[in-house]
Write a protein that binds this ligand. Structure first.
Ligand code: DUC
Ligand code: ZN
Ligand code: ZN
Length: 467
């Protein structure tokens, strides 16, 4: 007899959908069968889809800031938002400030993450790749299960120059880490910004003008070319335009190990949103483009060039998103709760992608690329019972209250979606039902990551020169 049975749903995975029952024991899926009799507790999923819990591999949560502050979103509020939207695992960021190491922040950040309810892993941001950091401290983090290094090619005060980026690639290759990259050209943005401000063009809409697609395309090309030089697998974060995605496609066609992520904001928002009186609430980097770009990106998703959809959740209350000019307004929008509903609605309900592709993009592929698969990202015997009971026909108008996050705004306010999570289970426990989140703070688990195949170098370097 199973302690818990999910009965009568259409179980969807990246490999296809199956009408079956799910038997759960000890927080894991133990049985998938046409009919499972009994069950101490039974959840009726008739008429619903049962999806693998969302894996959001790019979230800024309780992240320390250089000014001594911290993201408004705590691990507790982020957990509520995630469960409300059908996400059960996240990968968030530990920053490094120039002149500082990385080890001293790890224990503190890990303790903060442990206060929440989400299962969680970490990316380590590298902004100062000194010998001591790369040779002594990063290996200690890897031993603790941190397997991805995030670098910024733009952003004061985090950005790296090419020499520093190469150092990170080289260290990651030795240590068996993924490198994830924010691709925009720092100097180009600085130049554009200065000229715009000199011309008195200061409003949020000029954020988009300061960083057009070519700035992203150039940095994407460079990030991949240098990764190819070092023979280090990389993920290109938050691809906002087809011309950057085409750089990824070309490299993938040559066999380079590069993956592409995009986010709901680049499939639903446009630069015109930033021209509104509340335009600052739509400011993120890269900047949202236009409706034609949305269609091009969906094409790159269908083609398999863009393999992962994350939220890049980075919420700020409206009062924080003000500034003398666009260059000082903090970048980032909240999207943890809205990710699955928006992608299901714009993708599956509108016929742009299949249900299988949806599962792959929001759960299976991020779990694989982060080294969390098959514990996460799939509904299969032995996997954690992270499940979402999903009503594919329910129509919902998005509001900030439905997002359950800490900040007072969502850029998706008023948008209508088709498809909505009815219940979320994390390791077999119902943590959200009908919009009510009921998980116990402190119940989230750290997901240490060991070596995994997706970040294995190809063993091919330019001119055969070994790295
Ligand atoms: N862009 C990022 O790269 N990080 C956080 C927020 C944003 O808009
Ligand atoms: Zn970024
Ligand atoms: Zn980010």
């Amino acid at each position: 007899m199973h302690p818990l049975v999910i009965r009568g749903g259409l179980v969807a995975t990246a490999f296809g959908a199956l009408r079956c029952d799910i038997g759960i024991e000890g927080g894991r899926v133990v049985t998938l069968a046409e009919h499972i009799a009994g069950g101490d507790e039974v959840i009726d999923a008739t008429g619903l889809l049962v999806l693998p819990g969302g894996v959001d591999a790019h979230c800024h949560i309780e992240e320390p800031r250089p000014d001594g502050g911290r993201s408004e979103e705590s691990f507790v509020s982020a957990s509520r938002a995630a469960f409300a939207g059908g996400t059960t695992s996240v990968v968030s960021f530990i920053p490094q400030w120039k002149g500082h190491g990385v080890w001293d922040r790890f224990e503190d950040y890990r303790a903060r993450a442990a206060t929440g309810m989400l299962d969680h892993a970490f990316h380590q941001i590298i902004s100062d790749p000194t010998d001591a950091v790369m040779a002594d401290e990063v290996p200690r983090l890897v031993a603790e299960g941190v397997r991805s290094l995030k670098v910024f090619l733009t952003y004061e005060p985090l950005h790296l120059n090419d020499a520093q980026y190469i150092r990170v690639l080289e260290a990651a290759r030795k240590l068996g880490c993924l490198v994830t990259v924010h691709c925009e050209n720092y100097d180009a943005i600085q130049w554009r910004t200065q000229r715009l401000l000199e011309a008195g063009r200061t409003g949020p809409k000029y954020h988009a003008w300061s960083r057009p697609a070519v700035v992203e395309r150039e940095a994407t090309h460079r990030a991949i070319a240098l990764a190819e030089l070092v023979d280090q697998p990389v993920e290109i974060f938050h691809v906002s335009c087809a011309e950057a995605a085409e750089e990824i496609a070309r490299a993938q066609a040559r066999g380079i190990r590069v993956w592409g992520e995009t986010c709901p904001q680049y499939l639903t928002l446009t630069a015109a949103h930033m021209a509104r009186p509340d335009g600052a609430l739509f400011m993120c980097s890269p900047a949202p483009r236009d409706a034609e770009e949305h269609e091009r990106l969906w094409g790159m998703i269908r083609a398999g060039t863009l393999n992962i959809i994350s939220s890049d959740h980075c919420g700020f209350s409206a009062a924080v998103k003000v500034g003398a000019d666009f260059s000082v307004i903090p970048n980032g929008i909240p999207g943890l709760a809205a990710r699955l509903p928006l992608i299901f609605s714009e993708g599956v309900a509108r016929g742009r992608i299949t249900l299988e592709q949806f599962c792959a993009l929001v759960s299976t592929n991020p779990a694989k690329l982060m080294g969390l698969y098959p514990r996460k990202g799939v509904i299969a015997p032995g996997s954690d019972a992270d499940l979402v009971l999903w009503d594919p026909t329910r129509r919902v108008k998005l509001t900030n209250a439905l997002m359950h996050h800490a900040v007072d705004n969502t850029p998706y306010e008023g948008m209508e979606v088709t498809g909505w999570p009815v219940a979320t289970l994390r390791r077999g426990e119902v943590v959200m039902r009908d919009g009510v989140v009921m998980a116990q703070p402190g119940s989230g688990r750290y997901l240490p990551r060991g070596p995994y195949d997706m970040v294995r170098p190809r063993g091919i370097t330019a001119n055969g020169f070994g790295a």
